[in-house]
Design a protein around this ligand. Structure first.
Ligand code: HEM
Length: 370
């Protein structure tokens, strides 16, 4: 379908006045960072290995290629999508908790991608790199309108870090049942999902969302990555029994990529109306009837060993993914995004220091284990 006919209204141009910080944003940020650090400290004390404060467990570590869609109209040809090109990409599939849990504690899933070799004016703090990261979760909006409300959920997660795994499994089964009951009644509880109530499905069937916006050249957009190859699409909502298989998600990803390739679209949703598509309320799903997600790039991953200890050392320990790694044309916007900058830096520094493992932005993928 012609892209222009699917975008009837022109996007809103960004203006700094759209970003309004709460007076106490700095205190909320500090409290969030302190809570995240306490999660990392707890898990480090237990395991002797420093992991991410959240999204600690990886289920797939892929090497792929991203290619810009041909002949994008000017409104979509922005930032790294401004001209045709293709780049190597690292993809990391994860689940939310900061501790490494049995997969039968079923939680929301994340996908972080790092595109390597992107040119353009850099974001502050990312000046010496050539990467553009997109850091996404499998739901269209954030669990809270802003960082302050998120802090209460995070404190609950921090409290459950390190609690008896058996108890977590039992609670997860209860939360999954309750979440199903709530969904039957037409609702969704993101907090229950975060605590283990996520349905037990194949992680490769998921569609991922940035939930919060970035600049898209002069405009503002949310980002999504969705499976488009038939083999991936048939995994959407496909149930996966991980009971008795603590790393069942990872095994399913490795099995898939043993002989099968995967293809996804990277889509963007332009803000065309500030009232229905706010910048500062992260809990609002931007209506797709008003502004659909439109493909600007395709990502392909060939069959490969999709997880190994050596790749985990290189990517889990040796890399950090952050929306603040990138070019100025894709600057993250809104309170959740502003706070993420410091939080991701803290977590990466904690890992680098305690594991004595340098974390650097890659300039190529020559050293990535096959
Ligand atoms: C105020 C809000 C948020 C805070 C404080 C926060 C904090 C963090 C931290 C500290 C990490 C670990 C970073 C590292 O050690 O490298 C992380 C990872 C991650 N976060 Fe967030 N986050 C927030 C919002 C979000 C949102 C809105 C999304 C996506 C929709 C998201 C998705 C992810 C994913 C996928 C990872 C794993 C990245 C990887 O694979 O390295 N987060 N987050």
């Amino acid at each position: 379908m012609n892209v222009i006919t699917r975008l009837p209204v022109l996007p809103v141009s960004y203006d700094p006045s759209f970003e309004v910080a709460d007076e106490d944003e700095a205190e909320t940020r500090d409290e969030l960072v302190k809570t995240l650090r306490s999660i990392s400290e707890t898990t480090f004390k237990d395991s002797g290995h420093a992991t991410r404060s959240v999204h600690a467990k990886s289920h797939g570590l892929l090497r792929a290629e991203l290619r810009v869609v041909d002949d994008l109209p000017p409104v979509l040809a922005q930032g790294m999508f401004a001209k045709p090109g293709s780049w190597p990409v690292v993809m990391r599939l994860s689940t939310v908790p900061g501790d490494i849990l049995d997969d039968s504690v079923s939680t929301p899933r994340g996908l972080a991608i790092k595109v390597i070799g992107v040119e353009g004016e850099r974001l502050q703090g990312s000046e010496n790199a050539v990467t553009q990261d997109f850091v996404l979760v499998n739901g269209p909006a954030f669990s809270a309108p802003g960082a302050k409300k998120f802090l209460t959920v995070l404190k609950l997660l921090a409290f459950t870090t390190d609690k008896a795994p058996g108890l977590k499994k039992a609670l997860s089964a209860i939360f999954r049942g309750t979440e199903r009951a709530i969904e039957t009644l037409g609702g969704k509880s993101e907090t229950l999902k975060a605590l283990g109530g996520h349905p037990e499905t194949h992680i490769l069937g998921e569609t991922f969302f940035s939930q919060v916006p970035i600049l898209f050249g002069p405009y503002m957009a949310k980002v999504s990555i969705a499976p488009i190859s038939a083999e991936l699409m048939q995994l959407a909502n496909a149930s996966l029994d991980v009971n008795g298989r603590p790393n069942g998600l990872r095994e399913a990803v490795v099995n898939f990529f043993t002989a099968t390739a995967g293809e996804w679209e990277l889509r963007i949703q332009l803000c065309t109306d500030l009232h229905t598509m706010p910048v500062e309320d992260a809990s609002v799903v931007w209506p797709e009837e008003q502004s659909p997600y439109i493909a600007v790039a395709r990502i392909t991953a060939k069959p490969q060993l999709a997880w190994s200890e050596t790749r985990a050392r290189a990517i889990d320990d040796g890399m950090s993914f952050s929306p603040w790694h990138g070019i100025a044309a894709h600057r993250p916007i809104g309170s959740v995004m502003r706070i993420r900058k410091v939080a991701y830096e803290m977590s990466a520094n904690f890992r680098a220091m305690h594991n004595s493992h340098r974390i650097e932005e890659p300039r190529d993928l020559n050293d990535l284990p096959a």
